[in-house]
Design a protein around this ligand. Sequence first.
Ligand code: COA
Length: 171
Amino acid sequence: MSASKRRIVIYPGSFDPVTNGHLDIVRRASVLFDHVVVAVSDNSLKHPLFSLLERRDMLVLALKPEIKSGKVSVDSFSGLLVRYAVRKGAVAVIRGLRAVSDFEYEFQMALMNRRQECRVETVFLMPDERYTYLSSSLLKDILRMGGDVDGFIPPVLIPKLRRKISKTPLP
Ligand code: COA
């Protein structure tokens, strides 16, 4: 298939850090689209624990096989998401819906994005039920307090997370 015909989708987020819930969405999206760009947002308003580079590196580590197969790539962006999506030649943006509580915010964002750029659709995917109560903040809290994060994050990332959390005082 020629590069111009490839149906590219953007999966944006903070990924601070990536969890198995995010990876589940990436894998579902890669069945529906030719190529998924996982795009780390440089949104400093969220005061991420990990730097942009660290968040990208963790995604690259977690998605090694998918990146190798050419189905997925990892990138970062700043500024408006829809402008970035157009620059990338994407036809859509993927967002995960974990529960009804996600809906209002996601609906608002999808409509505002459409208002800014009608060429980019938003597609919602639901992660596996195992991840519907998972978030990056909860994961960091559990780790900080020495809890069990098995099954919520790729094992290869756990030492990095523990190191970072032990070195970072609570705000
Ligand atoms: N599994 C686990 N957790 C998930 C998840 C899943 N499948 N889907 C979402 N989450 C969690 C995340 O871990 C995150 O948790 P946290 O708040 O504890 O860190 C939370 O849900 C929401 O995170 P995320 O999906 O990363 O969205 P966000 O709100 O941080 O960022 C952007 C949303 C980046 C898409 C949005 O801010 C954006 O588009 N920014 C660019 C500027 C722009 O265009 N603004 C106008 C928008 S209309």
